[in-house]
Write a protein that binds this ligand. Structure first.
Ligand SMILES: *Cc1c(COP(=O)(O)O)cnc(C)c1O
Length: 391
């Protein structure tokens, strides 16, 4: 079986370093609020080019605490609207509804799977207080147009960067493009911990301070509570592991780009839609800093805006293709089978019609992707996709 993901193999090149780092924490007798968290936060800030990183317990907490902090700082209120892509993972939406704000679901561009910048402005109302972009599958979602709209209407720009550690928009990293960003270090992410963890990145000192306080029971000074906070903290063991893994992130993202390039060059099937890589360079034609490139001819390595958290193809009979690949030893996953507006948890949205989002959920299939994959394995994946009968 060619695994979709293999964390044992992913950690293999630095497993002894990882064991040593974790072992040192075990031996130190100090597990929260220590040197490892400080060192990781500072390394992650440097990596992303931001002033502050606040470690928290998960990616969902990162998003939820950002919005809660904006409420505490008087920047947002309950009932405000947050524009968000309709095809995102449920956590982006939960971060908004947890705070009693209202997600406004916007259709994605079916080529990038990211929010369609051309559809954002028509959804802005008097109540809109933020746009949350999601760098889905690892591709940058920021465009100049979205940046301008947030300035024009005085909206906060929040990034859900849970799938895009290390991705660039021009020379800036995902996580440094808006007012605040949430990262997840769920084990399967491009930068994953050995359990749950997350982080908030921002240049805003006041916001960072508020998030840090909220994540620690709302307390800055022991036993004095400024807010009705949460217990959501990054711990020393996770920080130590993340500090080791951060050193290898660029290298492992490069491996992902090479696998993606191989898939793009070798998968040829009339019924399969390959992912589109966007060119965000300063002078890219199109005027808004984003131009879709022809998947097969795009020099992926020249475009660092994609870190290929997932390699997602589309097929009109996705379930049958998936079964065929399974029978031939290729493990695949669907990201995601049910869109948020059709989830039982959000039954109040069942009447919303979002046809692009719905089609995407019916057709997408994620092929094996990650540093664990060999060139031969990727070739086998392409071979079986190509062998699947044509319609
Ligand atoms: C994984 C993920 C999250 C949530 O992260 P957790 O650490 O699992 O809470 C949020 N948004 C997106 C897009 C994700 O992929």
């Amino acid at each position: 079986m060619i695994d979709f993901l293999d964390l044992h193999a992913t950690h293999e090149p630095y497993a002894s370093e990882l064991r040593e780092a974790v072992g040192q924490v075990v031996d130190s007798g100090w597990y929260l609020f220590g040197e490892e968290v400080d060192a990781f936060e500072s390394a992650f800030s440097t990596y992303n080019g931001v002033d502050h990183t606040v470690g928290v317990a998960s990616g969902l907490d990162a998003l939820s605490i950002i919005i809660r902090a904006y409420k505490e700082l008087g920047e947002m209120s309950e009932g405000d609207e947050v524009i968000v892509p309709a095809n995102t993972y449920i956590a982006s939406i939960l971060g908004i509804t947890d705070n009693n704000l209202t997600p406004v679901l916007v259709e994605p561009d079916p080529r990038s799977y990211n929010i369609d910048p051309a559809r954002v402005e028509e959804h802005i109302t008097e109540r809109t207080s933020a746009v949350m972009i999601v760098h889905l599958y690892g591709q940058n979602a920021y465009t100049r147009e979205i940046g301008h709209l947030c300035e024009k209407y005085n909206l906060k720009l929040i990034e859900d960067a849970a799938q895009a550690h290390g991705a660039y928009y021009q020379d800036q990293r995902a996580g440094s493009l808006g007012d605040a960003a949430g990262f997840s270090f769920y084990p399967g992410k491009n930068l994953g911990a050995l359990g749950d963890a997350g982080a908030i990145c921002t240049d805003d000192s006041e916001l960072a301070e508020c998030c840090r306080t909220l994540a620690n029971y709302g307390s800055q000074e022991k036993y004095k509570n400024k807010y009705q906070g949460y217990n959501s903290r990054l711990d020393e063991i996770q920080a130590a592991a993340l500090r080791v893994k951060l050193k290898y992130l660029d290298q492992q993202n490069q491996t992902r780009r090479e696998i993606a390039q191989q898939y793009l060059e070798t998968i040829e099937h009339p019924d399969v839609t390959l992912p589109t890589v966007y060119d965000f360079s300063e002078n890219a034609p199109g005027g808004n800093g984003a131009t879709p490139q022809d998947s097969t001819s795009a020099p992926v390595t020249a475009v660092d805006s994609h870190v290929w958290h997932l390699f997602v193809i589309r097929h009109p009979d996705r379930d049958a293709l998936r079964k065929y690949l399974e029978e031939n030893g290729v493990d695949t996953i669907i990201h995601y089978p049910i869109p948020p507006h059709q989830q039982e948890a959000y039954s109040e949205w069942e009447d919303q019609s979002l046809p692009i989002t719905e089609t995407i959920h019916e057709e997408v299939l994620s092929l094996p992707m990650g540093p664990h994959l060999s060139e031969d394995e990727a070739a086998t994946v392409s071979k079986f996709v190509n062998q699947y009968p044509h319609s």
